[in-house]
Design a protein around this ligand. Structure first.
Ligand SMILES: NC(=O)c1ccc[n+]([C@@H]2O[C@H](COP(=O)([O-])OP(=O)(O)OC[C@H]3O[C@@H](n4cnc5c(N)ncnc54)[C@H](OP(=O)(O)O)[C@@H]3O)[C@@H](O)[C@H]2O)c1
Length: 322
């Protein structure tokens, strides 16, 4: 099968690419910079292509001739206009390109909590994006993951680094609830929905692939954990457990505002705080990993495989560079 993956160079995308090429499929990955595809470009049957996906003509050219499109492009921080451009206008362009290019199926990576009336711009724009796909008339599969963990994640790794660097860490939203899910499980779910003709014919739960349109899946792990528990788990894994300074709302917003203004990648924004106002936990009203036949991995078993205490050599290098 010929599959195009928008955002295929990212954290979740790399795992999806690997699974698809291993299963013998041809994968195209448009990217804004070819060097962003360095971790996947050696995979067999995978073609990175330079493309501005926000340009209708370039997108249509990249999409034509593929049978399935997987969309993973998203931003976590930005202005209202930027969220609209990436999460709503891009889906409109994708639908137009898929119709013109003969793509028969779309897999959209959304987010748990995406809804028109959600508390943050990120989640509201993700909800509007879902509506665009739902109204397309195409075969649409929407995945709504909770926070995703795994090698290279931006949550546990950051919590681990903060605790390896500072004697204490100010943390906002420490009691916010999540149902973390392993990146390999998210990727497996996306692959099964992308290849649902195959899974429809070969799986015990075949009806799940032929549900009403759009098919929406809540992709969550088995356990609900607070942000504080995730922070503590990261600290345990790297052998550097630091105390948390719980920030009250006002201070948390000031901290997030300051982080938005700092140069470099944004770690936390006021919109992220708004997202945490609703629990990032599966409602249980929609199918999830279990219905797809995937046994969700536990975070306590996986996190120590990629979060390690600093070795004596790391510590020596650090003190030698001072
Ligand atoms: N990671 C999580 O915990 C999590 C949780 C819930 C939902 N999700 C959803 O899962 C999807 C994938 O997440 P991820 O963590 O793998 O994301 P990621 O690592 O940030 O990757 C996203 C990819 O999208 C492309 N991209 C980013 N901004 C773009 C822009 N403004 N215009 C065009 N392309 C852009 C980038 O590709 P190039 O740089 O190559 O162009 C990037 O590699 C997203 O829809 C996200 O909302 C993720």
């Amino acid at each position: 099968m010929k599959i195009i993956i928008l955002g295929g160079t990212g954290f979740i995308g790399r795992h999806i690419c690997e699974k698809l090429v291993r299963a013998g499929h041809e994968v195209t990955v448009p990217t804004r910079k070819l060097e962003n595809a360095r971790e996947i470009q050696m995979l067999p049957r995978l073609q990175p292509v330079l493309c501005n996906v926000h340009d209708a003509a370039q997108l249509a050219q990249a999409v034509a001739g593929h049978e399935v499109l997987i969309n993973l492009v998203a931003i976590l921080h930005g202005s209202e206009e930027e969220f609209e451009r990436v999460h709503v206008k891009l889906p409109q362009r994708i639908v137009a390109a898929c119709k013109a290019g003969g793509v028969k199926r779309i897999v959209q990576m959304s987010s748990l909590g995406a809804a028109m009336d959600a508390p943050s711009q990120y989640l509201r724009s993700k909800g509007r994006g879902e509506e665009v796909f739902a109204a397309s008339g195409l075969d649409v599969n929407i995945l709504r993951p909770s926070v995703v963990f795994g090698e290279g994640d931006k949550l546990l790794n950051v919590f681990a680094q903060l605790q390896q660097t500072f004697p204490f860490v100010p943390l906002a939203g420490s009691e916010a609830q999540f149902q973390p899910v392993w990146v390999e499980d998210v990727a497996q779910a996306a692959v099964q929905l992308a290849l649902c003709d195959h899974y429809k014919n070969n799986s015990a739960s075949r009806s799940i692939y032929a549900g009403e349109q759009p098919k929406i899946f809540e992709i969550a792990g088995k356990k609900v954990l607070s942000l504080r528990q995730l922070f503590e788990l990261a600290g345990q894994c790297v052998g550097a457990q630091r105390p948390i300074i719980h920030l009250p709302d006002g201070l948390a917003r000031m901290q997030a505002w300051a982080m938005e203004k700092m140069p470099g990648p944004t770690l936390m924004s006021r919109d992220n705080l708004d997202s945490m106002k609703s629990a990032n936990v599966a409602s249980g009203k929609l199918p999830g990993l279990a219905e797809l036949g995937i046994d969700a991995a536990g975070i306590e078993a996986i996190a120590p495989t990629y979060l390690k205490p600093k070795s004596k050599m790391d510590q020596f290098r650090k003190s030698a560079s001072r």
